[in-house]
Design a protein around this ligand. Structure first.
Ligand SMILES: Cc1cc2nc3c(=O)[nH]c(=O)nc-3n(C[C@H](O)[C@H](O)[C@H](O)COP(=O)(O)OP(=O)(O)OC[C@H]3O[C@@H](n4cnc5c(N)ncnc54)[C@H](O)[C@@H]3O)c2cc1C
Length: 494
């Protein structure tokens, strides 16, 4: 039995079976933490994903993700610093992590995030130094004049830090303790860790809907999932970790929403790759644009951390039985699929539209393409006129303040939600599973005031998306939508 945070409430029983939906960073990290946790040693753990691993359009699968403790919020900065210790160890081995530095920049009047982030990483660097000297390790791995953090006070300072011939922003700083990870390789590493526990059964199938049971005497319970293949999986506890697809399986309106983000990949020559090899990752927090040094396959990746594009689709209410699902799977009327009262039969939610559904090249909105090019023209002038070899819309699961959503469902027993990555969840893969399991067990240290369990809990109200501020790091305009179906290249303001 796990401990309850409230002396008066009974401890939650340990489930004898757990079904995890989604094998991205959140689902796999959860599976790994559960598989190693002694409380769950008798629990049967199943992980289902709609694709054989790795999911080609999963948000965790890509050539790169930024690994940084550079957050304006000190709590995320500290958690990221904890995760980074893993990236510097086994997680980052075999070329999975590159600590090449991160250059954060901004324009006058938009420096708030950068200023706060600088304060936080300086404090963290101080702590690292203290720890290193307490262990007799001197100053640790600092470069330059004893610090890994260099303020950049002018465009010329930034240009010198970039090593690309270009510049962006008016001021900022370079943090040599940050870098980037090969996301797909890191997920393969995590998948192998999970497989090695021999505790998790992996299944490939699409969850068409959650299974609900209710009776007049008991609260509604989620009892597992109905699969597109027609079979059902039952479990004492279902963990929804389907990333940007989660809002198609549960009504998350006003709580979490899928937003498409633009990425461009540009091929560079071997000479250019050598020239840019010293470049840090660059993240401009006035525009939300960022660019990575060339990957091993000779691609420079540039992307836009923006408010993103919605793809509104009318779908059958996921918590209502008996109607066709978003992807056209017959929801069926099997056992335990009673309708919940008071819910509209059809709702509109943003549903990811990915290159997997649209073979060949996934077009990104023209505005996104232009913004990526304009940014590259500043940071890498020699690449200004080059076309992208490939573009991609990758999907964030945004929440109103950019916090993750990691919590039991307030209304359905047997359902736990682990999503809401909000465009910054990947770096936490080495530690998020343990936090998820702590919350699942109602551990008092995470559930008390100020703990992650409270912060990532189910919100007290659903907030209309116009009121979402995210975490202050996004660029671009709010309220963009992909044009429906055929004209998927253009975007309009809502
Ligand atoms: C463009 C982009 C850039 C980013 N950059 C960074 C960064 O630099 N640093 C950082 O830390 N984070 C970054 N992030 C955020 C990070 O990648 C995500 O927060 C994280 O990967 C989300 O993981 P997830 O497990 O929630 O989702 P996913 O990785 O998408 O996993 C969800 C899984 O659920 C499966 N699934 C969906 N529906 C079903 C269904 N019905 N049935 C069965 N399976 C289903 C999918 O196939 C998928 O494998 C970025 C994200 C994007 C999109």
């Amino acid at each position: 039995m796990s401990k309850s945070p409230h002396p008066s409430s009974p401890p939650r029983p340990i489930p004898s079976s757990i079904l995890i939906i989604g094998s991205g960073a959140f689902g796999l990290s959860t599976a790994y933490a559960l598989a190693r946790h002694p409380d769950f040693k008798k629990t049967a753990i199943t992980l289902v994903d709609r694709h054989p691993f790795p999911a080609p359009d999963g948000s965790s699968i890509d050539s790169s993700r930024i690994i940084r403790a550079d957050y304006a919020d000190p709590a995320y900065a500290a958690l990221a610093a904890e995760a980074q210790e893993h990236w510097r160890g086994e997680w980052g081995a075999d070329g999975r992590y590159h600590e090449v530095g991160l250059c954060l920049t901004a324009e006058p009047g938009k420096e708030d995030y950068v200023v706060k982030s600088l304060e936080n990483v300086r404090a963290l660097e101080g702590l690292r130094r203290e720890a290193a000297s307490a262990e007799g390790g001197g100053e640790g791995r600092s470069r330059g004049e004893g610090t890994n953090i260099q303020p950049l006070r002018s465009p010329a300072d930034i240009q010198a830090a970039l090593h690309t011939g270009g510049t962006i922003g008016s001021s900022g700083y370079l943090n040599l303790s940050s870098g980037w990870a090969d996301a797909e390789a890191s997920m393969r590493y995590l998948r192998a860790l999970v497989a090695a526990t021999k505790r998790v059964a992996f299944l490939t199938d699409t969850v068409a809907r959650l299974l609900f049971s209710s009776s007049p005497s008991a609260p509604t319970k989620v009892t597992g999932a109905r699969l597109a293949s027609g079979t059902s999986l039952t479990a004492d506890l279902t963990i929804l970790a389907a990333g940007a697809w989660s809002p198609t399986l549960l009504d998350l309106r006003g709580i979490a929403a899928a937003r498409g983000q633009c990425i461009g990949y540009m091929r560079v020559s071997a000479d250019e790759a050598a020239r840019f090899a010293q470049a840090p990752v660059v993240l401009d927090l006035s525009s939300g644009m960022y660019v990575f040094p060339p990957s091993a396959d000779g691609m420079v990746k540039v992307a836009w951390h923006s408010f993103g594009w919605a793809n509104p689709v009318r779908i059958a209410h996921p918590e209502r039985g008996g109607v066709a699902g978003a992807s056209g799977h017959a929801a069926g009327t099997g056992e335990g699929e009673g309708e919940r009262e008071g819910e509209e039969p059809i709702i509109t939610v943003s549903v990811p539209r990915t290159s997997h559904q649209r073979p060949a090249q996934q077009p990104i909105p023209r505005e996104g393409q232009q913004a990526l090019h304009a940014f590259l023209a500043s940071t890498h002038p020699s690449l200004a006129a080059r076309p992208f070899a490939r573009t991609r819309l990758c999907w964030y699961t945004d929440t109103p303040r950019g916090d993750f959503l990691i919590t039991y469902h307030p209304r359905y027993d047997g359902l736990f939600v682990a999503t809401g990555g909000s465009g910054h969840g990947f770096k936490f893969a080495p530690v998020i599973g343990d936090k998820i399991v702590d919350i699942l067990l109602d551990k008092s240290e995470v559930m008390e005031e100020g703990g992650w369990g409270r912060r990532w809990g189910w919100p007290t109200e659903r907030l209309a998306e116009g009121g979402w501020t995210l975490d202050g790091s996004r660029g671009g305009g709010k309220g963009m939508v992909l044009e429906s179906e055929e004209g998927g290249r253009r975007a309009e303001k809502l």
